[in-house]
Design a protein around this ligand. Structure first.
Ligand SMILES: [Zn+2]
Length: 47
């Protein structure tokens, strides 16, 4: 799960909807979805 709301930065997140990936923020009342897109390969340190 996300640690902070991407909109207001609060930690008042709770799951929303019947399936995973949807969240609601109790602080700013926004709902949003998170989903995995791809594995990022950046070559490690110092890139
Ligand atoms: Zn928020």
């Amino acid at each position: 799960m996300p640690f902070y709301c991407p909109y207001c930065g609060e930690e008042a997140l709770r799951p929303a909807g019947p399936k995973g990936g949807s969240w609601e923020c109790d602080a700013c009342r926004r709902g949003f979805e998170l989903r995995f897109t791809r594995v990022v390969t950046t070559g490690g340190d110092g890139g």
